[in-house]
Design a protein. Structure first.
Length: 249
């Protein structure tokens, strides 16, 4: 992925990693469209950062995705990068019947949302110079956090989906790069980690991840060092130990 001169749509862009990427990529000389559900937050972002555009979008709503696609196709025909970042993370008790709704919400937002966004926007990217899809998954795609079982499962599914998407787009004339971004726990409001000593500071994560993108423009995965031991747990034979460590945290 080239780091400047793109037109980039970022879902889940009103806070956390999504907003951080939006600001960094805007500063690097890209046209950035921040997408999110809350218009008040979008207005605040565009007011504070002239040049960033906003799009009201709920990735859990197929009609909202269809409307967003038509809007972006008309307003930003040069779109060449899609960042699928929107997601939710909540505790889930598999022994509590109320947990089923939590699980279904995770699948709808994290998994179906990304899949639907990819189907909707991929036709706009195919054939564009330096086109790319970035899917933000999680280190928990590789070793689950048992108190968030469906969150972890959706991220594992998105890892698999990204692998298949990359292979399909490698053939023919699609010309779309697929990059999986694999964060560790990061200090954001996701699961209330903003003050967690066990989570990576957001600015540190953004700096390391974007440096890796600059150093390895053809990368398939962007894995910061803090996530590497989880990402590689199966290969290094430490899976059981890492799972036990995550389970006790």
């Amino acid at each position: 992925m080239k780091m400047t001169g793109n037109t980039i749509l970022i879902t889940g862009g009103t806070s956390g990693i999504g907003l951080g990427l939006a600001l960094r990529l805007h500063e690097a000389g890209n046209k950035v469209i921040v997408a999110g559900r809350r218009k008040d937050l979008l207005d605040e972002i565009t007011g504070e950062h002239p040049g960033i555009d906003a799009l009201v979008l709920d990735v859990a709503d197929r009609d909202s995705i269809a409307q967003a696609r038509e809007s972006v196709a008309a307003s930003h025909p040069g779109l060449n990068v899609l960042v699928n970042n929107a997601g939710i993370m909540a505790l889930e008790n598999l022994l509590d019947p109320a947990g089923l709704q939590v699980a279904e919400d995770h699948v709808t937002t994290n998994l179906l949302g990304t899949i639907r966004m990819t189907y909707a926007f991929l036709p706009l990217l195919v054939g564009k110079d330096d086109a790319a899809v970035l899917n933000v998954t999680s280190a928990l795609a590789f070793v689950p956090f048992p108190v968030t079982p469906t969150y972890s499962a959706t991220k594992a599914a998105l890892h698999s989906f990204s692998e298949s998407l990359r292979i399909q787009l490698a053939g023919g004339d699609a010309g779309v790069q697929v990059i999986e971004v694999v964060p560790p726990g990061v200090r954001t409001t996701l699961l209330g980690q903003q003050d967690s000593d066990q989570a990576m500071p957001l600015d540190d994560f953004l700096t390391e991840a974007l440096d890796l993108l600059r150093e390895k423009p053809d990368a398939k995965e962007i894995v910061v060092e803090r996530a590497r031991f989880i990402r590689d747990a199966v290969a290094t034979g430490t899976y059981d130990d890492v799972l036990a460590m995550i389970s006790s945290s």
